[in-house]
Design a binder for this molecule. Structure first.
Ligand code: NIG
Ligand code: FE
Length: 416
């Protein structure tokens, strides 16, 4: 039996029907359809246009409908927060010094190790559900808080169980090199990661991508090359945390090596941006980390758009550098502090974020035959989300054809 849902009478519907990834001037051709309804059957969109009879309907009068947000970079699952480190940073203590004293990533590794599977899953599920209420219908999870082969595999298995517990679609990355584990040199750990961790993760089907952190406190480009070789042999996509705290030429390296994504890019040079723009590497910008670390150096986002880079946005949700789960908030940050325009940020957080995750089935767009993932925003335009960033605009969220979240004030708009 089919299960039908109609989101009717929306003031605007952003289908984002340009070829993907959206680049350069194509960002500016994205327009909304006026007064439209979106009809879904089971987990797919069937039509956009006139309303039809459906088992469930949501009256979206006065609302803007956009594709469900895709968050292409989070550090879920994890356990516990590090607010004291943030307070210390606000007095001038550097992220790198906290890391050197075995806080930071090492502290999250300890907290996850000490938590039971259920504790870690309950904590992470609450966050995933808060993300859902903010409109995120697809998100990335990764490891990186294990730092041993067994603990990394445990985190990847927790990610798989988390995916079974929530309505969203989850794509998982093995962050094989996040911090240098105690008792290892960088090279020794990369050898373990390439020869043991990645093959086991791939064999168990636990990850579709490999990621690493290239930074003075973590790993170098030679390690990126070694992991990329292993990832390619295993059929894993390759991603990298690039040029976040200094320019270490990682974005350019990622573009030349055909990585799927290069993330952060605060310090990437204009030359590197040219390399990324001329490649299929997706530039994943994470303004939540820039905001949290109060980084003066921001990515050259306008130059990226002008050069034609495939640009996406994510939260980087993690307990250290970006304790932020809301894509609408990140969209507002991207406009305020990176200079994106609201519709550019919307595309970056939907269609292009799906491209970053390698999802080419219409995720991040509203297309007949594509996934029925929708966010109903209680505003006559999308720009309002950027204009009033702390307001909860979400009237309803549809994930895989189910009305999974309805704001209490909007219950009267639902007919069953
Ligand atoms: O994307 N920089 C490396 N990884 C994370 C931070 C992780 C942490 O501090 O726990 C990031 O910013
Ligand atoms: Fe990250």
């Amino acid at each position: 039996m089919t299960h039908s849902l109609c989101v009717s009478n929306a003031d605007k519907v952003y289908r984002i029907d340009a070829p993907r990834p959206v680049r350069g001037t194509a960002f500016h051709s994205i327009q909304a359809d006026d007064t439209a309804s979106v009809v879904c059957d089971d987990a797919s969109v069937t039509s956009i246009g006139g309303a039809t009879d459906a088992e469930v309907s949501f009256d979206a009068t006065g609302c803007t409908v956009v594709p469900g947000f895709v968050d292409p970079h989070t550090h879920l699952p994890f356990y516990g927060w590090r607010a004291d480190e943030d307070a210390a940073r606000l007095t001038g203590v550097r992220y790198e010094s906290i890391h050197a004293e075995e806080g930071g990533i090492f502290r999250s590794v300890r907290m996850l190790a000490e938590a039971s599977d259920d504790e870690a899953l309950d904590f992470s599920e609450r966050l995933a559900r808060a993300m859902l209420a903010s409109g995120t219908t697809t998100f990335e999870t990764k490891s990186g808080y294990g730092l041993s082969v067994d603990a990394e595999l445990r985190q990847l298995r927790l990610a798989r169980t988390l995916a079974e517990r929530v309505p969203q679609r989850v794509v998982t990355t093995c962050l094989a090199a996040h911090a240098v584990p105690r008792d290892y040199t960088q090279g020794e750990w990369i050898g373990r990661a390439a020869n043991e961790l990645l093959p086991r993760a791939a064999e168990e089907g636990l990850a579709s991508a490999c990621d690493l952190y290239v930074e003075s406190i973590a790993f170098a480009l030679e390690h990126a090359a070694r992991l990329a070789q292993a990832a390619s042999e295993l059929g894993l996509r390759m991603r990298v945390h690039a040029d976040q705290l200094v320019d270490n030429q990682t974005a350019s390296f990622a573009a030349r090596w055909g990585f799927a994504t290069a993330d952060h890019l605060n310090h990437s040079s204009l030359d590197a941006i040219g390399d990324v723009a001329g490649s299929d590497t997706c530039a994943v910008l994470l303004p939540g980390a820039t905001f949290t670390l109060r980084q003066a150096k921001k990515p050259e986002a306008r130059a990226m758009i002008d050069a034609g880079a495939a640009l996406a946005l994510g939260t980087d949700l993690n307990p250290g550098t970006s304790p932020i789960h809301s894509v609408p908030f990140v969209i507002a940050l991207a406009c305020r502090i990176y200079g994106l325009r609201p519709v550019e940020a919307l595309v970056a957080a939907t269609a292009n974020a799906a491209f970053a995750l390698g999802l080419d089935d219409g995720t991040g767009t509203i297309t007949a035959g594509g996934p029925a993932d929708l966010v109903v925003i209680h505003a006559p335009d999308f720009e309002s989300v950027v204009y009033r960033p702390d307001h909860d605009w979400i009237a309803a969220v549809v994930c895989a054809g189910e009305l999974v979240h309805v704001a209490p004030w909007a219950e009267g708009r639902v007919t069953r």
